[in-house]
Design a protein around this ligand. Structure first.
Ligand code: PLP
Length: 395
């Protein structure tokens, strides 16, 4: 007997992956330069040179048995200490080695949090649409809990606090925030986080249990127009900060990130629950070599300037053509409205011009499309006339 739920999940690739594979197949037929793949969030800038130098030095100067061996499940102690120090310096937090748990990217970090905080199948996790589609998979299939979706506030993709308040219940275990977000690029201001924190504190007191905040921050360093991004953990103590080096250091395939847990007596067993969840999920330990590389390069980033230029070109180009779009504060996605209400039909039609876009329905916001602009700037320049032709079909 097989778990038919998982068979179904395995057969049904995510739409993003499906479009990505379609693009690869199409590239073989007509050449990569003729495909305008805006589907996947795979950074197109190289990792900084510090990563290369660190890896070479580690490989040349470290005992290979130690270098490639298991570390403790939560990650090597000096690695965690170094990353905690870097966080405290940059964000004024109070982490230490014992409050960090190294993970296999942000996907593992958030999966671990959902697992750690699920006590019963009735437990609920709240996400704000539009949201990273894997959240619902990790919550429902991974942790066996319920995913409650706050509908999108499409004028700015900020939190609709009335709709959010209606979603909170005594079953709420945690709320997920992702600032700046995938797919809308929306970042939360200090004012928003203050209001969020006040509401969670009020509801935690009313329900008699802590509602945790899971802050998924893989795009933390990718913000525009000089925005100072506030750190959610500074606003709400019961925050599990999930991070990944996939985007900031352009290391998505190396699978390295962490969960940072507050070390205060009130949440005494939270770290133990995170460690327990990692064990149950069989992660064993995050990749040893890349733990060391991440610690050495903590606080550094790849050259992210190309994303700012891509955002400008796309946003200005598309809005001039009549596409309606909220200007993203960060990350490397644009999330415009599609030119017909059926976003899947629109994205199908875009394929005629070899434009590969992801329907907003996959993120809980139908009537939109996600354009991932972590691509060569030349691809955007060449794609703009095609977006124009597509728009003309609707005039
Ligand atoms: N969370 C969000 C919002 C993402 O966009 C992604 C990846 O695109 C992840 C988590 C997973 O990141 P990682 O590659 O570090 O597992």
């Amino acid at each position: 007997m097989l778990n038919q739920d998982l068979v179904g999940l395995g057969k049904k690739r995510s739409t993003i992956r499906e479009i990505f594979e379609y693009g690869n197949a199409r590239a073989k037929e007509i050449g990569r330069e003729n495909i305008f793949d805006f589907s996947i969030g795979n950074p197109n800038v190289p990792a900084p040179d510090a990563v290369r130098r660190t890896l070479l030095s580690l490989v040349e100067n470290t005992d290979p048995v130690a270098l490639h061996g298991y570390t403790s499940a939560q990650g090597a102690e000096p690695v965690r200490a170094k990353i905690a120090e870097s966080l405290n310096r940059r964000f004024g937090t109070a982490y230490h080695a014992g409050s960090l748990y190294m993970t296999v990217g942000a996907a593992a970090a958030i999966s671990i949090c959902f697992k750690a905080l699920t006590c019963s199948p009735e437990d609920e996790f709240i996400v704000f649409a539009p949201f990273f589609p894997e959240y619902s998979v990790f919550i429902e299939k991974g942790a066996g809990a319920k995913c409650v979706i706050v509908p999108p506030r499409i004028e700015d993709f900020q939190i609709d606090f009335d709709a959010f308040a209606r979603c909170l219940s005594p079953r709420t275990q945690a709320v997920v925030v992702n600032s700046p977000s995938n797919p809308a690029g929306a970042a939360y201001s200090a004012e928003t986080l203050t209001r969020l924190s006040a509401l969670l504190q009020e509801k935690s007191a009313e329900y008699g249990h802590t509602i945790y905040l899971i802050s998924d921050e893989p795009y933390r360093e990718i913000v525009y127009d000089g925005i100072a991004l506030p750190c959610p953990a500074r606003f709400y103590p019961a925050t599990l900060m999930c991070y990944s080096y996939s985007k900031s250091l352009s290391l998505p395939g190396e699978r390295i990130g962490y969960v940072a847990v507050p070390d205060v007596p009130e949440f005494i067993d939270l770290y133990a629950a995170v460690c327990g969840a990692g064990r149950v999920l069989g992660y064993v330990n995050a990749p040893s070599l890349f733990q060391l590389a991440a610690a050495e390069c903590a606080g550094e980033t790849a050259d992210l300037s190309v994303y700012a230029e891509n955002r400008r070109l796309l946003y200005e180009g598309l809005t001039a053509m009549g596409y309606r779009c909220v200007k993203p504060d960060g990350a490397f996605y644009l999330f415009p409205q599609t030119l017909e209400p059926d976003d899947r039909a629109f994205c199908e039609r875009a394929k005629k011009y070899e434009l590969l876009l992801v329907p907003g329905a996959d993120f809980g916001a139908p009537g939109h499309m996600r354009i991932s602009y972590c691509v060569q700037t030349g691809q955007i320049r060449r794609a703009l006339p095609l977006f124009q032709k597509l728009a003309e079909e609707y005039q």
